[in-house]
Design a protein around this ligand. Structure first.
Ligand code: NAG
Length: 462
């Protein structure tokens, strides 16, 4: 109480001194008294500000205690449905299971967040596969014995769970209804307040994003908020309500330079102010820790400027070119052609990858061509449907068309149907042989080694 009076007293004193000083200054401007009055004023203002700042700081600390912990993850843990222990599960299937369990338990879930749309899709597939076990564990309020997690994680998860028979029954009813996993209404039925899914949907992720919406999430907006890489933050998407993501390159995140990709000798390097709307450029970045003029391999298109900073769309990764006759078929061009052809197929395109035939044994006996591996939902492609892709490639790619028309390279694409298992083998192989994490994994659109291609071809039908 005493302290409060004292503080009040100081505060009042400070304010009156300040008021006094102001009055004095305005009435006796330029007198010798002026200097003294202004000193008093400055002193009082400083004291007052310091007091206010201390008070605000204390309030801020109190309100944001959980933000202040050292470990990065703990800053935001309270935002998530899962307890921290769920982040310590080494094996991916078990981790997905546990996050799903806590997610399902949380009827108020407002957002879903993951690096890539492909991962969100695989989580929904896991839900489709495992919903009976999940509903069982939810009702019982503990992790089933068949979930393989370390003991410490199990204890922590069980402590955070409690039996939820009503929620489990509600979910069972949703999952058992007809077309629950097909009609695109699942996400909003499970989580009525789900506002958005934030995940990368640009470039080759479009395929997964479209599939995710068609089957599971329907109208829930997909928001690709950040354009980022291991080099750091590149851009921010300021237009969450638009379906095609575009990013302002953040002027203070790094130094951006732009390599021209159009000309053949594309050696010219430009600065942001020299770019043109509609131009396609390779990003060259220099970041704060001295990664100097690094060519990331990302090619972007400038679509506009925002306060002078370029707004870009991600187009493709430069390494993912098919180039059997120096036609330089980019990932974006191939994917665009494949997708528009796929609209006319009876089966749905689930995933794809390609390779150049030079990787195959006996390659020299055949004219060089593309090996295309598809995962389809439905029957294998008919000759007619394959033909459509060739036509579509011709329509999308000038140089490809010129080769096809000259007649010398009739054999360009060659098809192999593949299956889910092959794509899963590829994924496991990449995860086991690089430091890519499951969350960062992207299906390579062009396979560069014979062993990877062989891995995909095992059991494939020509
Ligand atoms: C700069 O890039 C390097 C290489 O990718 C990365 O290891 C480093 O963390 C980046 N620095 C910053 C400040 O992001």
């Amino acid at each position: 109480m005493m302290l409060l009076w004292l503080l009040n007293g100081i505060l009042l004193g400070a304010i009156s001194l300040l008021a006094l000083a102001c009055i004095q200054i305005s009435s006796v401007r330029k007198s010798p008294y002026h200097t003294f009055a202004s000193m008093v004023k400055q002193y009082a203002t400083q004291k007052l500000l310091a007091f206010v700042a201390r008070y605000m700081r204390r309030r801020f600390d109190r309100d944001t205690k959980h933000f202040m912990k050292k470990d990065g993850r703990e800053h935001t843990q309270f935002l998530y449905s899962s307890p921290p222990a769920a982040n310590d599960i080494p094996a991916e299937p078990a981790a997905v299971y546990v996050h799903l369990l806590f997610g399902l338990r949380d009827r108020e879930l407002g957002a879903i967040e993951a690096n890539f749309a492909s991962f969100v899709y695989s989580v929904f597939s896991a839900l489709e596969r495992d919903w009976q076990r999940l509903a069982r564990d939810l009702a019982a309020g503990r992790l089933g014995k068949d979930v393989e997690v370390p003991d410490s994680v199990r204890t922590a998860c069980d402590a955070a769970l409690s039996p939820e028979p009503a929620r489990a029954a509600e979910l069972r009813e949703i999952f058992e209804s007809e077309d629950a996993f097909r009609d695109g209404r699942l996400a909003r039925r499970v989580w009525p307040h789900l506002n958005f899914i934030t995940t990368v949907t640009s470039g080759a992720m479009q395929l997964y994003a479209a599939r995710l919406q068609r089957r599971y999430t329907g109208q829930v907006p997909l928001y690709s908020a950040l354009y980022a890489a291991t080099e750091g933050l590149l851009g921010v998407n300021l237009w969450p309500e638009e379906s095609q993501p575009r990013y302002v390159l953040h002027p203070r995140a790094m130094l951006f330079e732009f390599g021209e990709t159009a000309g053949t000798d594309g050696d010219k390097i430009l600065l942001a102010s020299e770019l043109e709307v509609g131009g396609e450029y390779e990003l060259i970045v220099t970041n704060r820790s001295g990664m100097f003029r690094f060519r990331m391999g990302d090619v972007v298109r400038v679509v506009d400027f925002y306060n002078g900073a370029p707004i870009v769309e991600f187009l493709y990764r430069k390494g993912q070119l098919l180039d059997v006759h120096s036609e330089k078929m980019s990932e974006a061009a191939f994917f665009g052609a494949l997708r528009s052809a796929a609209d006319g197929w009876s089966s749905t395109l689930v995933d794809y990858t390609t390779a150049e035939s030079v990787l195959l044994a006996g390659a020299a006996d055949n004219p060089p061509h593309y090996v295309v591996l598809l995962e389809l939902n439905g029957a294998p492609l008919t000759d007619d449907e394959r033909q459509k892709v060739d036509e579509s490639l011709c329509a999308h790619h000038e140089v490809y068309r010129s080769f096809r028309c000259q007649g010398g390279h009739r054999d360009l694409p060659r098809w192999c149907a593949s299956d889910r298992a092959a794509f899963e083998r590829l994924r496991q192989h990449v995860l086991a042989n690089s430091d890519t994490s499951a969350l960062q994994f992207k299906v390579p659109r062009v396979l560069r080694t014979e062993s990877l291609l062989q891995l995909m071809l095992e059991g494939a039908t020509p």
